[in-house]
Design a protein around this ligand. Sequence first.
Ligand code: AR6
Length: 205
Amino acid sequence: GTLSALDPNTDLPPVYAALVERFTPSNAINGRVSLYRGDMTKLEIDSVVNAANRSLLGGGGIDGAIHRAAGFDLLKECRTLGGCATGDAKITAGYNLPARHIIHTVGPVYYEVDKVEAEELLSSCYRSSLRVAVENACRSIAFCAISTGIYGFPSKAAARIAATTVRDFLAGPGGGKIDQVVFVTFEEKDVRAYETAIAVVFPPV
Ligand code: AR6
């Protein structure tokens, strides 16, 4: 059903409540894309995307928050995965998170590669995560702002790449298998970056 048909007064799961609140024609394409500001570890959704490192064995930032909230069994599964290349993505169960799955992707460290390569690797994170979601029958996916924290990718450029890559995936083969993409922002700088990027990449119809 459409989100606008939902009654916001009923007891909705947190993510859908947020979507009802934030959904406007200017930030959605066919109602499938939205912005949510808050803690990604609280979202009830098919999949959340973690900004991990190549070891997949945990770290700081959102990676640390996800491992703390999901519990030790997440680390046990991650140890079986053999790490992950930059730009690629791997999936685990969600354990104690309300999300059913966690998709772990590894963004570029901005100052370790040249700008063009960093942009291509960041775009690859979004494509790989969406591909893994479809392969695992996840119809909804929440992305954090990959690489924009510890890894130093500038927020505005990162938001534009995130929005463009998601738009192209949804319009391409396999895109119909995804019902809902949520961009989760946490810090003020990312909120503004996403509002701008989404207005440009998903213009009002
Ligand atoms: N919910 C949503 N977004 C969050 C949350 C949260 N609970 N916590 C942080 N963010 P970062 P990176 C946002 O630094 O730059 C780790 O050590 C944050 O505001 O977590 O890809 C890994 O192990 C920022 O916008 O990830 C790697 O070594 C975004 O999440 C390295 O950091 C990503 O910031 C990865 O660095």
